[in-house]
Design a binder for this molecule. Structure first.
Ligand code: PRP
Length: 207
């Protein structure tokens, strides 16, 4: 399983804003929006392009577009904060949704919503979730996609724990991970350390 760590200086700076406990909800959302642009930009670096002729005001030349815009799947709640930036860079993409809440005791994902196209055969999919902690939520979301025929899945995460990457690897699911950092470890509450806290609460407030 490929893991791409985007450690560009600007990505590091936005991630630092998100990590800082003094950052308020609005500034956290802004930094997540900026960082998502950078992660998507790097995740699509080798995406196939289609060409067609076009006219500039001066001459004829070749125009480019993504050959297969991905299905974007934000994982609710926290992934919602990545949706606008991803859509902004790929306005021709489509969006599906998966709702998962991690049980605070067992750390297992509890599904509460899914809205996905029936068939995903031959379609690239980008799953958007800021946090890959135990990897249980991401594995569940990707399972829903592979059940529908997806074979080309990219997990776009702000932060990943080594435990979560190892778990995804063990599942054998067809996924690559694009993240701004692989942090040190999980703590006893399965929070990423040093991490940034709870990305859902830090965007939207605690529920
Ligand atoms: C967080 C996060 C991931 C999940 C990661 O969501 O956004 O979805 O936990 O943990 P895992 O890798 O151990 O499964 P949470 O359940 O807190 O819900 P929220 O997005 O509604 O805040």
């Amino acid at each position: 399983m490929d893991v791409l760590v985007v450690d560009h200086p600007l990505a590091k700076a936005r991630l630092s804003t998100m990590r800082d406990a003094r950052t308020d909800n609005a500034a956290f959302r802004d930094a997540l929006d900026d960082l998502t642009l950078m992660l998507i930009y790097e995740a699509t670096r080798d995406a196939p392009v289609a060409t067609s002729p076009l006219h500039t005001p001066v001459a004829r030349t070749i125009g480019y577009r993504l050959a297969s815009p991905p299905l974007l799947v934000p994982v609710l709640r926290a992934g919602l904060g990545m949706a606008d930036a991803a859509f902004g860079l790929m306005p021709e993409a489509q969006m599906g949704f998966v709702g998962l809440a991690r049980d605070e005791q067992t750390h297992q994902p509890k599904p509460y919503m899914e809205s996905l196209p029936e068939s995903l055969a031959g379609r690239p999919v980008f799953v958007l979730d800021p946090m890959l902690a135990t990897g249980g939520s991401m594995a569940h979301a990707i399972g829903l996609l592979t059940e529908r025929g997806a074979t080309d899945v990219t997990a776009i995460c702000v932060l990943a724990a080594p435990e979560g990457i190892a778990h995804l690897r063990e599942t054998g699911l067809p996924v690559r991970v694009v993240t701004a950092s692989v942090d040190e470890r999980l703590n006893d509450s399965a929070f990423i350390v040093p991490g940034l806290g709870d990305a859902g609460d830090r965007q939207f407030g605690a529920v």
